[in-house]
Design a protein around this ligand. Structure first.
Ligand code: FAD
Length: 561
């Protein structure tokens, strides 16, 4: 019998999953996994915690060994073996043994490319100096650990304030190192909408991380004492003893390009919905491929472990003749630092407006992660994006100390099921006092958004606050109003609103706020039924504070009535 020979280049997230799935589907296949690194199936996502000594034993990062693949799955794994060329006509790959330098040819019936991505190391002066690191592999993390343990640095600069950069910031602080994060964007976590990232900024600063936002690093120098200087475009110089570059990754595509496989416009390998490349005998998965965004339909590079694993399964299914389809990626991601969780799924407002969407709205809410009467309740800041015309859920972002990932996961699955805000409103979720509320934050998000879609409540655009001629009405209690209010707002507490509605103009729109949005909604319903034109400033004063951090002190001219 002719055994099908499957060669897999890259044996970590996507490649290892693909190999194991192939074996489960086809006991007779001849499977060879090649990885140029010293390990297969290691936990990239755990690397920052190994640097921080939260994970103390390097072995814990190694999820499966070549021996385990051999004994359990009858799969041959060769580490320190790099695939250097593909001969598509002959169905062979050239493999270099990185220890001996010898090369050999391997035949394939099916070839799977899972080479991942490489950290971007720009050609700035001094980028190659000792003490400047990127983090992608176990040896990378070992090098940073060794540097910390032998040099005992007191300060570090992390270039890039994205997910890995902030995880590194936390772990370096955990080692007692003072950390400065320099980020080109004016916010941390650039994939997030700016106002949601603001909570993360505040939290990082409260935990002693020095954030330098809107600054471009332009180069590095070495000091005579062995230290480093990080120079930025504005002329600032940061003296430090350790630099971590975490400014993103680019897909590892050289092999595929050299073989003439089709590439996408974002620079990743182009694949069909079964992860097949432009060559029907070659599949590509993981960080190296472009994916269709589940919500926007755009081709994107979204380097995440979950999609790489799912794609590995899809490719294995396709190689074995199954018709499994990869649905696309919706960018569900989570990151934690200093006890704060930041998570997102689906489209952001940024990505919708970049893609020219108009038919969408956003609601903000700040519920407790469980009922407020049970000790330990923590606020979750949530932003839900939905299609205004029919309520289709488009995306969500959440920030808070507890219960964030659970809510974003529920919404993530809703997005994949093409659910609407009415489905979120009706979602039946776990409830006991220490876990949630009888109306869960997800239900609340659905209810608020449903009010908008049904036309029961109009949203006021936060972006229009500066220029609006609307009357701004704050319906909180006077002591809350005095503690800080929206510039120019008047204060009529909700309990007095019916009696005092005569003080409000009928000729102008009234934009209503409270602390988080709920009392403003009640106020909107009262006023709308009395013939006023009203809109709710979604998320209330809590949202205002992150959108307009400079506007927090009570401005002159606002009045308590
Ligand atoms: P990889 O897992 O990177 O595997 C690629 C392998 O291919 C590498 O071992 C490489 O050496 C090998 N290779 C490359 N070229 C060749 C060749 N020509 N021949 C042989 N071998 C080759 N994602 C999340 O979803 N959540 C997280 O919390 C998270 N945290 C992360 C933290 C860090 C520090 C890093 C680096 C990544 C993190 N990721 C996270 C991203 C996630 O790890 C990747 O999306 C995922 O590993 C991609 O899988 P892959 O198979 O495409 O590539």
């Amino acid at each position: 019998m002719n055994r099908k020979r499957v060669v897999i280049a890259g044996g970590v997230a996507g490649g290892a999953t693909c190999a194991a799935r192939l074996r489960r589907l086809d006991e007779s296949a001849d499977i060879l996994v090649l990885d140029r690194g010293p390990y297969v199936s290691f936990a990239n996502c755990g690397l920052p915690y190994y640097v921080g000594n939260v994970i103390q034993d390097e072995c814990k990062l190694l999820l499966a060994s070549p021996e385990l693949f051999r004994d359990r799955f009858n799969i041959e794994v060769r580490t320190k073996h790099e695939v250097v060329a593909i001969d598509r006509r002959e169905h062979t790959v050239t493999v270099r043994d990185l220890e001996t330098g010898t090369e050999s040819e391997e035949h394939y019936d099916a070839l799977v490319l899972s080479p991942g991505a490489v950290p971007i190391r720009p050609a700035w002066p001094g980028t190659g100096l000792p003490g400047i690191f990127t983090l992608r592999s176990v040896p990378d993390s070992r090098e940073i650990r060794n540097w910390i343990e032998t040099r005992n640095p007191r300060s570090a600069v992390v270039v890039g304030g994205g997910f890995i950069g902030l995880e590194m910031a936390e772990n370096l602080r955990h080692r007692g190192i003072a950390v400065t994060v320099v980020e080109l964007a004016k916010q941390v976590m650039p994939p997030l909408d700016a106002e949601m990232a603001e909570y993360a900024r505040q939290h990082l600063e409260a935990h002693g991380v020095n954030l330098v936002l809107g600054e471009a690093v332009v180069g590095f120098e070495r000091r005579f004492n062995g230290g480093l200087v990080v120079r930025t475009q504005s002329g600032t110089a940061f003296e430090t003893e350790l630099v971590v570059l975490s400014i993103g990754v680019r897909p590892e595509t050289q092999l595929a390009r050299d073989a003439g496989l089709a590439m996408g416009e974002r620079g990743g390998i182009r694949v069909d919905d079964q992860m097949r490349t432009s060559d029907p005998s070659i599949w590509a998965i993981g960080d190296a491929v472009e994916v269709k965004h589940w919500v926007t339909g755009q081709w994107e590079l979204i380097p995440l472990a979950g999609p790489a694993n799912r794609q590995g399964r899809v490719a294995a299914d396709a190689i074995c003749g199954r018709d499994t389809i990869f649905r696309g990626v919706q960018g569900t991601a989570v990151c934690g630092f200093f006890g704060l969780t930041v998570a997102l799924t689906g489209a952001t407002e940024k990505s919708l407006s970049r893609n020219g969407w108009r038919d969408y709205a956003a609601v903000y809410l700040h519920p407790s992660h469980h009922v407020s009467y049970y000790p330990g309740a923590k606020v979750i800041h949530l932003k839900l994006l939905f299609r205004k015309s029919d309520g289709l859920v488009l995306g969500a972002q959440g920030v808070g100390e507890q219960g964030v990932a659970r809510r974003i996961d529920v919404i993530a699955q809703s997005i994949q099921m093409k659910a609407t805000v009415f489905d979120l409103e009706e979602a039946e979720l776990c409830y006991a006092p220490q876990y949630g509320g009888a109306k869960d934050p997800v239900n609340f998000a659905g209810m608020i958004a449903s009010n908008v879609v049904r036309g029961d409540m109009e949203l006021a655009p936060w972006s229009g606050l500066d220029a609006t001629s609307a009357t701004l009405l704050d319906v909180r209690e006077p002591h809350e109003f005095r503690a800080g209010s929206i510039e120019g707002a008047i204060n009529i507490p909700l309990g007095e609103l019916r009696a005092r509605s005569g003080e409000l103009p009928r000729s102008k729109e009234i934009w209503v706020n409270c602390q988080v949005g709920q009392r403003a909604y009640y106020a909107c319903r009262i006023l709308a039924q009395h013939g006023f034109r009203v809109r709710n400033l979604s998320g209330g004063y809590n949202t205002y504070r992150v959108l307009y951090p400079e506007g927090v002190p009570q401005p002159a001219g606002s009045q308590v009535r």
